[in-house]
Design a protein. Structure first.
Length: 109
């Protein structure tokens, strides 16, 4: 086989292996925590609410927001992360606080 062709094939295979490695590194539950980890997002939204609640306890919507936060936390514990994060975001919004994403700090929609 031609050396140039062999070198190109080997280089291409190495590139494919290197590109595929990050995709298989860890999972959202069992592997290292990532910015897309649902458990981390739930914990971050809970943390945001707990910080906001210190400043908004007299807010007229606080009791309902606290209830939404508790419902969201319970859903997250039950691994219903989509519903849990939705409730946590609703709780923050009730207090007039914009939820932020863990991965970039940008506001959620």
């Amino acid at each position: 086989m031609d050396r140039r062709l062999l070198s190109t094939l080997v280089g291409g295979m190495v590139a494919m292996i290197l590109c595929a490695t990050p995709v298989s590194a860890g999972s959202s539950r069992g592997g290292p925590a990532s910015s897309n980890d649902p458990d981390q997002e739930c914990a971050e939204l809970e943390r945001q609410f707990d910080i906001a609640s210190q400043r908004h306890q007299r807010h007229p919507e606080f009791p309902e927001a606290r209830n939404l936060r508790d419902q969201g936390a319970a859903l997250c514990v039950a691994h219903n992360d989509a519903a849990g994060t939705m409730k946590l975001k609703q709780a923050l919004t009730k207090l007039g606080v914009k939820p932020t994403y863990l991965r970039s700090g940008r506001s959620s929609n």
